[in-house]
Design a protein around this ligand. Structure first.
Ligand code: FMN
Length: 227
C-alpha cells in the first residue's frame, strides 16, 4: 500500500509531466516536394540546421539493438560520420550492444532535435569496419576518449567505483604516453539504412513524415505517412 508521501510525490510528478510542453518555439517549414531523391544530403542538412538552431549535441543518437531472442535494448552513442556507406558509430565489440550486433547485425537509430522539432529514424543491417579503419576512428578522437576505450570492460559488472578510478588513472597515463595505443575491442560500425524517415513537427500538429525506402537497385522511393 502506498503512503501519503508516495501519493503526493506521484501526484506532483504527474503534474510536472502535464506542465511540460514540446515545441514552444517557431518551427521551420519542411516541404517534402523539395526533398532530394537521396536521404543522405537531407540528413546532413537537417543535422547542420539543428546545430545552427542551437541544438545541444545534435550528433548524439539513440541506438537500438536486439539480442538473439529478439529482446530490444537502447542507448545513446555518437555519430562519427554519415556517408554513402551509412551511419558510423564506434564502440566495444565486447559490450552488450557489440555482442548483440554480432548475434543479430541489425539496428535502428533515432535522432531528435527539439530546437527544430525534427526527428530522424532509420533501420538496417550493420557491418563492422575492418581493424585499420576502427583504429583510425579511435585515433581521431580525444585522449580522454582513448583513455575511456583503454579502460574497456564496457557493460561488465563493476564491483566498486574505486576499481574504475584505478583503471582510469592507469588508462589516462597510457593514453598520454602512447597516443596510438591499440584497443582491440574498439570497433567502428556502419548502419546502412534500408529505410529512413524524416519527421518535421508542426505547431498545429500537421506534422510532415517523409519515409524513404531503399530499392533493390540502390535508389530510393519515398512516401508520406500519416502523423
Ligand atoms: C551523450 C552520450 C554519448 C555516448 N556515446 C557513446 C559512444 O559513442 N560509444 C559508446 O560505446 N558509448 C557511448 N555512450 C555510452 C552508451 O550510452 C552506453 O552506456 C554504453 O555504450 C554501454 O552500452 P551497452 O551496455 O548497451 O553496450 C554515450 C552516452 C551518452 C550519454
Amino acid at each position: 500500500m502506498s503512503s501519503e508521501t508516495d501519493d503526493s510525490r506521484q501526484e506532483s510528478f504527474r503534474a510536472l509531466l502535464r506542465s511540460l510542453r514540446v515545441w514552444d518555439t517557431e518551427l521551420p517549414h519542411f516541404d517534402p516536394e523539395s526533398a532530394p531523391a537521396d536521404p543522405l544530403p537531407l540528413f546532413q542538412r537537417w543535422l547542420r540546421e539543428a546545430a545552427e538552431a542551437g541544438a545541444v549535441e545534435p550528433h548524439t543518437m539513440t541506438l537500438a539493438t536486439a539480442d538473439a531472442a529478439g529482446l530490444p535494448s537502447v542507448r545513446t552513442v555518437m555519430l562519427h560520420d554519415a556517408d554513402e556507406r551509412g551511419w558510423h558509430f564506434g564502440t566495444h565489440s565486447t559490450s552488450r550492444k557489440g555482442r548483440e550486433l554480432a548475434a543479430r547485425p541489425e539496428a535502428a537509430l533515432g535522432f531528435y532535435w527539439p530546437a527544430v522539432g525534427r526527428q530522424v529514424r532509420m533501420s538496417g543491417p550493420v557491418t563492422e569496419a575492418d581493424a585499420a579503419e576502427s583504429r583510425a576512428d579511435l585515433a581521431r578522437r580525444s585522449p580522454g576518449a582513448l583513455a575511456a576505450a583503454l579502460v574497456g570492460r564496457q557493460s561488465e559488472v563493476l564491483d566498486s567505483y574505486k576499481e574504475l578510478e584505478r583503471a582510469f588513472e592507469a588508462a589516462w597515463e597510457r593514453a598520454l604516453r602512447e597516443p596510438d595505443a591499440p584497443v582491440d575491442s574498439w570497433r567502428l560500425y556502419v548502419l546502412r539504412p534500408r529505410e529512413i524517415e524524416f519527421f518535421q513537427g508542426d505547431a498545429g500538429r500537421r506534422h510532415v513524415r517523409l519515409a524513404y525506402r531503399r530499392t533493390a537497385d540502390g535508389t530510393w522511393t519515398t512516401r508520406l505517412l500519416w502523423p
